[in-house]
Design a protein around this ligand. Structure first.
Ligand SMILES: [Zn+2]
Length: 212
C-alpha cells in the first residue's frame, strides 16, 4: 500500500461537542485535564481515571494539552468506521487488532485531535478465556492505554503536527530505545505496572497481541 492509501479511522459518535460542553460547565483543573482526553465508554473512562490518579506525568501532559484545545478521543471499535484513503470504501475496525492510533490532520499536517481505538471487548474476552482476575484485565487495559495515548497520541497533540510522531521500535531495535515505549514506561513505572523492555511486550499479559 502506498502512503496515501492507508486506512483512516473515522469516529462515528459525537464526542467533541459533549467534551466542549463539559469544559464550559466547570473550571475545575481535573475536569480541564479530562477534556484533553475524552471517551464515551465507561470501561475506558474508569481506566483513564485510574491512570490520571496514579501518574503525575500523565496529569502534567494532559494539563498542558488542555490549554491547546487539542485532544485525544478514546473510542471502542463499535464507535468507529475505517475508510480506505485511496478508494473511500468503508469497513469496520479489524476486531483482531487490540488498538490503533489515528491522528486527524489537515492538508498541512496540523493535528487537532488523535483518535485512539482500544479494543476493550477483545482484551476482556481474552482475559475471560484465561480466567483472569478483574485487576489483571484492568492492568493490561491501563498498559495498552499508556502506550497508545501517552506513547503515541500525546506527542502528536503536543506538537500539533504529524511531525510529532513517536515511533514504535524498528525491526531489530531494542524496545527500550523506541520513543513510544520509553514514554509508556514512564507511566507504567508510576502506576506500578512494570516496564516494557523488549518487543515481546514484557509485563503485558496478552503478549504478542499489541502491534501498534
Ligand atoms: Zn505503538
Amino acid at each position: 500500500m502506498g502512503p496515501t492509501k492507508f486506512p483512516v479511522i473515522v469516529a462515528i459518535i459525537a464526542v467533541l461537542g459533549a467534551a466542549g460542553a463539559a469544559a464550559e460547565q466547570t473550571d475545575d483543573r481535573r475536569a480541564a485535564r479530562q477534556v484533553a482526553v475524552v471517551t464515551h465508554d465507561q470501561t475506558l473512562r474508569d481506566a483513564l481515571e485510574r491512570i490520571e490518579r496514579g501518574s503525575a506525568a500523565w496529569r502534567t501532559a494532559m494539563a498542558a494539552l488542555a490549554a491547546t484545545g487539542r485532544r485525544a478521543i478514546v473510542l471502542t471499535p463499535e464507535q468507529v468506521i475505517v475508510q480506505d484513503a485511496g478508494t473511500g470504501s468503508v469497513t469496520v475496525f479489524d476486531q483482531s487488532s487490540v488498538a490503533e492510533v489515528s491522528p486527524v490532520a489537515d492538508q498541512h499536517g496540523n493535528v487537532s485531535s488523535v483518535l485512539v481505538v482500544i479494543n476493550v471487548g477483545r482484551i476482556q474476552q481474552l482475559h475471560d478465556l484465561r480466567g483472569s482476575l478483574p485487576g489483571e484485565f484492568h492492568a493490561d487495559l491501563d498498559r495498552v492505554i499508556a502506550h497508545e495515548v501517552y506513547g503515541h497520541a500525546v506527542p502528536y497533540l503536543a506538537a500539533g503536527h504529524l511531525s510529532g510522531r513517536c515511533s514504535d521500535p524498528e525491526r531489530g531495535q531494542p524496545a527500550a530505545q523506541s520513543c513510544a515505549i520509553q514514554r509508556e514506561n514512564v507511566v507504567r513505572a508510576e502506576l506500578g505496572l512494570g516496564r516494557r523492555t523488549d518487543a515481546a511486550l514484557g509485563g503485558l499479559i496478552l503478549a504478542g497481541m499489541l502491534r501498534n
